[in-house]
Structures are given as C-alpha cells and as structure tokens.
Design a protein around this ligand. Structure first.
Ligand SMILES: [Ca+2]
Ligand SMILES: [Ca+2]
Ligand SMILES: [Ca+2]
Ligand SMILES: [Ca+2]
Length: 460
C-alpha cells in the first residue's frame, strides 16, 4: 500500500500546483479524488475515457501533466518485488602481497546513509575495528597488516545515525591460507566417470531425497551412498519399477562395459543388482508399464544382443520390442504408458508386438538430433495424463498437445508428487530422460499415497 499512498500525495501536490497555474479552484480536503488525466500527444486533448483533471489548453499544463504522468511511473504502482533475503556476504581474499582484501554487500533495503565499521578478530582475541571512521564511500577495505600466523575473522557492523547495528556473519581467513585471489571449493569426482544425467527420489523412505547420479548415488546429506561400480550409461530410470518389492528401483544401461551387466535393474537404496542382461555396448534404455500381463514396468534397451522386452522380474515377456527406445507418455485412457518418439505417440500391442499410432504432430519437429526428444512432456494441464510440447518445424510456435481420450482413472495431479515434479526438471538435465513418479503408476497399481506437501495460497 505504501507506494499508492505516496503516489496519491504526489498527484495531489501536482494537482494543486497545476490548478494554481491555470487558475482552477483548489480541491478541498473532502473533495473529489484527484484523477490523473491522459492526453493526446498531438492535440493536447484529454482522453475522455481516462478522466478529466482540467482542460489541457496550454503547453504549460501539458508539461505539468507529463510531469504527473512521469511521477506516476517513477513512484511505481506495482507492489515491491519479492527478493531473497541476503546477508552481508562478507568475503576476504588474500592476494600475493600479504594483505587481505575484504568486501561486503550494501543491500537494497539499506538506507542511503548506512556506513560500516569493519572488525577483525585474530585467533581467540577480541575484535579490533580496522577503520578510523565509519566507511561511507565504499563497501570494501584492505587490511594492510593482518596478524601473521593467526586466523583472522572479519565482520562488519552497519552504522546508522552514529549507532552500530547488528554484526554480520564472520568470514575467516585461515592462519596459513594460501595467497590466491579465489576461494577453492573442493569437489569429489569419481575418477574417469561422467554420467549423462541425474534422477532424484527418496530412496530410503525417510522423506529426504537422494540423487542418483548414474551408477552412483548421493545421500541426502551430500555424502556418497553407494556406487554400483558399473560405470557410464546414457540413460537411467528411477521409479517403483517393481511394485512387489519394497522401495524404488533403478534401470540403468552401460556403454562398452567391462562386465556382463549391459542393462540392469538394481535396488535404488542399496545398489544391489536384481537382474541384468549382457551386451558389449548399450546406448538406449527405458522402463515403463506397457504390458498389463506382467505387473510392474517393462524394460527394453538398444544394444548388441539385447532383444525383446523384460518384465520387472527380468523375464523376457516379448520377443519383439518397441521400435523406439526413447520417451513415454500417459496419453490414452488406461494406466499403461504410451510410446513417445520424435513427433508421434504410439500404443504398444503386447499380444502381437506391434504398434498403433495414436498421434502424429504434423508440422512439428523434435529436438536434440538423434535423441529426437520433445521440448517437454509432463502433466502440465488437465487431468493426470501428460501433455507434450513440441516446437513447430518453422520455429514460429510452441505447441502444447493434450489428450482428448476419456479415462475412468482419477489420480492426483502428478505435479504434486515430489519425485515427479523433480523429474520434470531432470527431464532437461543432461541427456533428456522422461519423467517418472515416486510410486508405481501402471496396471494393477495401488492408490498412491497422498503427497506430503504444503502449498502457498494463490488466487484462482
Ligand atoms: Ca531419503
Ligand atoms: Ca519397488
Ligand atoms: Ca507391466
Ligand atoms: Ca495409457
């Protein structure tokens, strides 16, 4: 409300000024609400639908009206923009000259008259103020004589009206810190291992989310949980692939493996391999429920010696496999997932191993060359089934395709399943991989648990 009040005050002020200039009677305190007028730049006439402040019959009046309009725009009718809460961001760097350079933030909410005192605490000693007078003309300082052989902790206190305010967090330069103009954040990267994508889910059911980073898994606290040691792969699927065994499973494939597990399903919590298929090189692999005769997701992969479709138990349930090994989409009325490849959606006919085309997105094009992925496939609108966004072949539009097939199944929006929501994000991380929910979504599924979420009220 504050900007609107300020704006009204400015308008009243200008209104009084303009009225005196043009000889119009002043507005009384209880009079009509002042109104800003819009006028035609060419004729100077006030546009009637915008309200009349007073006749725009002099250039001076028009100038003042323009000033009033400018006041309106510069005072801002919009509410203040929400911004993240930032601290002082004190940082200290140690260049090669033996000095320490310290800088900090002047925040957008700080009054213009804010000054700062900078303090240094060496070792366990008391803090010493480094500046003689509060620092007004900058938000940085060079400490010419940091105590040798001791850690130095730097912090600032804002000074307003001669009074110090709360101290910032401290930034400590170690006693033997190397002289270098950067801060080093060490990473632990498995040597020689570069996964192409990552999936996220609650692998141990404690409500916190782990990251499956190819063959390895990072616990919610950031520590390594396990690695299957099976190496690089171009695709990975995390979900409740086998609903008859507890927890989530990961279907992973491996490029030129030096082991017999070209395509394998493993326990997402422990990394234990549940079954695998050998192949000298596997480039694609997917997991989704396409066959209602076998409970759980089916899997297939593109690699030498890999034929047919496997059930969640690792049994070959079809000698043939879908022509594509790419994306899945919940599109028709059943709970099975349909095949999404290039700019088409197809249905797998599990009885004879053929496919039926359900949708061809004429005039659209797929992305990422041979990966042939859509812009996005997710439960964006409507019921729980997924929409597909493709670009038009001429790049002049994005098209959102939504199903028109009725269904008898009612599920909560998939976007409120936390793993699914994250999978919409992971879909475009690295090599695009389709979404996967944190529960089994397929034929014979149980009612999914109500997601443990809160939402912020928003106007509808
Ligand atoms: Ca967890
Ligand atoms: Ca499972
Ligand atoms: Ca199945
Ligand atoms: Ca379906």
């Amino acid at each position: 409300m504050a900007p609107k009040i300020a704006l009204a005050a400015r308008v009243v002020s200008l209104d009084s000024e303009v009225r005196s200039k043009v000889g119009a009677p002043a507005l009384s305190a209880g009079g009509p609400r002042p109104t800003l007028a819009m006028h035609c730049p060419a004729s100077g006439e006030v546009l009637p639908e915008c309200g009349l402040l007073f006749p725009a019959h002099t250039m001076k009046t028009r100038s003042l009206l323009a000033a009033a309009t400018l006041a309106l725009s510069t005072n801002g009718l919009c509410a203040p923009r929400q911004m993240e809460t930032l601290g002082r961001g004190v940082v200290a760097a140690k260049p090669a000259d033996g000095k320490v350079f310290i800088s900090w933030r002047l925040l957008g909410t700080d009054p213009d008259a804010t000054a700062f005192n900078l303090y240094r605490a060496a070792g366990d000693g008391d803090a010493t103020r480094l500046n003689a007078e509060p620092i007004m003309n900058s938000t940085c300082f060079t400490d010419d004589s940091p105590p040798p052989g001791q850690a130095s902790a730097y912090f600032v206190k804002p000074v307003l009206a001669g009074r110090e305010r709360a101290a910032s967090a401290r930034f400590t330069v170690g006693a033997n810190a190397s002289a270098r103009p950067y801060l080093s954040i060490p990473l632990r990267t498995p040597p020689g291992y570069t996964p192409n994508d990552a999936s996220v889910g609650d692998l141990d059911g404690d409500g916190k989310y782990e990251i499956v980073y190819g063959a390895c898994c990072i616990d919610d606290g950031g520590r390594g949980l396990y690695s299957t040691g099976l190496g690089h792969g171009d695709a990975l699927h995390l979900s409740d692939i086998d609903p008859d065994r507890p927890g989530l499973e990961v279907f992973d494939i491996h490029e030129k493996p030096r082991h017999p597990h070209g395509a394998e399903l493993h326990d997402a919590r422990t990394g234990q391999i549940l079954w695998s298929q050998p192949s000298p090189d596997v480039g694609r692999g997917v997991a989704m429920d396409i066959d209602p005769r076998h409970r759980g997701y089916e899997m297939w992969a593109a690699g030498a010696g890999l034929n047919g479709v496997w059930s969640a138990k690792g049994e070959q349930v079809s000698e043939r496999k879908p022509r594509s090994c790419n994306f899945g989409v919940w599109w028709d009325g059943d709970l099975l997932r349909e095949l999404l490849d290039r700019t088409a959606i197809s249905k797998w006919n599990w009885l004879d191993g053929t496919e039926t085309r359900l949708l061809t997105a004429d005039g659209c094009a797929a992305n990422n060359g041979t990966k042939a992925t859509p812009v996005l496939c997710a439960d964006i609108l409507g019921d729980w089934r997924e929409e597909v966004i493709w670009r038009s072949a001429d790049n002049q539009e994005l098209r959102l395709y939504t199903t028109t097939v009725p269904t008898q199944h009612r599920l909560r929006t998939l976007m409120h399943d936390p793993q699914y929501r994250l999978s919409v994000a992971w879909q475009n991380v690295g090599y695009n991989q389709p979404t996967q929910p944190g529960f089994y979504l397929g034929e014979g599924m149980n009612r999914p648990p109500r997601p443990s979420i809160v939402t912020r009220p928003t106007p509808h």
